[in-house]
Unconditional design. Sequence first.
Length: 422
Amino acid sequence: MILENKKKLSKPYNTLFTKRDKKKRTLIIPNLSHSFSVISASVVRGMGYNAIALPFANDEAKKLGKAYVHNDACFPAQVNVGEFLYFFKKNSLNPSQIACVLAKNCKDCRAGQYSVLTRKALDMAGFNEVAIVTSGEDTKKIHPGFKANLFFQWKMLWGIVIIDLLDYMLRATRPYENVLGETDKLYEYYLEKIAKSLEKGVKKALNSLDEAVLAFNSISVNNTLKKPKVFIIGEILLNYHDTANRNLVKYLEKNGMEVIIPDMINFFWRQFYVDKIMATRKMIKNSFLIKIRAIVFDIIIKFVIKRVNKIAEKFRFYERKPNIKELAKNVDGIIDHSIVAGEGWLIPAEIIHYAKKGVSSFIIVQPFGCLPNHITGRGIIQLLKEKFPQINILSIDYDFDVSMANIENRLQMLLMALKQHS
C-alpha cells in the first residue's frame, strides 16, 4: 500500500562548506596530538585557508563533550566534540565564519562517524551555522568547498614524519635534562618554527628540523644512569592526546621512567600495507588499482622517512625505527596481516618489537568499550606474556568518569613490578 502525504525528510546537513567559504570561514583543527594539530593547521593554511589549532580539552570541555555526545559513543569523540564546544562558548565567534575539521578514517569503528556526532552536538548546542569539513571522502556532500587533495596528503606526510622525530627528541631528552623545563621550551619553539616553515615548503621545514636536532643536542643532560623505559600504545587519540590520557607521559616521567610512543606515521602507513595484502588476495573490489596505489604510496612514504632519517641520525640519542613490513612480520602466527580495524595488528607488532629490544613495561590505552582495540589490545596480552615472560603489560580503559586515582593505582602497580625486577 502506498502511503499518501508522506512527510519529506529534512536535509541532515543544512550548513555546507562551499567554495565561497574558503575566505569566509576559519577552519578549527582539533587535537590528535599537540604537534599534529599545529602541523595540520599549517598545512591547511598553506592551501590558502584560514586555520587555527584548538587548545587541549580541559575538564570543562570534557563535561561538554559528555553532555552532547551519547555515552554509547567512544570517549575520544566526546573529547574532540567537547574541545569544539568549549572553544566556541568561551570565545565570541560568529558561527557562520567558522568550520570544524574532523578526521574520517577507521570504517570499522566509530571514528568514521565523528562528523555525524559533531553535527548533532553543534545543532543541539545552538551552533547550527558552524560548517563541518572532513579529511576523508565527502560521501555525504557536506563540504564541497574543501577536498583533502594530493597536495594536502603530500604536505601532511612530511609533517607527520617530521613531528615524529621532534616528539621523539622531546621524550628522549626531557627525563635527563639538568634545567627543568628547558626541553619543553625548546620543543615549543621549534614546533612553531617548523610549522611556519612547512607553510612555505618542505625544504624550509627540513632546514628548521635540522636546526632543531642541533639545538636538542646542546641541551645539558645527565644520562649516566639510564632510566627504565615504558612503551605506550593503544587507540590513536588516547595514545597521543595528553589531556585525554590524563597526562600519562609526564606522570611516568615524574616517577623515574623514560617513555616511548610509536611513530604516528605507522598508523597511516599500515593502511597501505593492508590494502596491498587484501588486493593481492583479491579480497576487495578494484584490487589491481588499489594494489598499484598501495605500492606507490609505500614507495613515497619510504622516501620521506629516508630523507628525514638523514637528519634524525644527527640526534645524539638516535635509534633506528622499524618499517611497517618489519613490524608486520612480528605478528606472523598471531594476527592476520589483513586485520585493520582500530589499531589492528599494530598493537602486538609494536609491543613485540620493543620486547625484543629489552623493554619490559608496556601500557595499552583504549576507550572503554572500544571493541577493535580490546581484541588486539587486551585480547593478546596473555599470548604476548607467554612469548615474553619477562614483560609486564597494563591495559587501561578510559572514559569521562574514570578517576585519576584509579589510573594512578594501576600505574603504581606497574612501577612496583618494574622495581622488583630491576
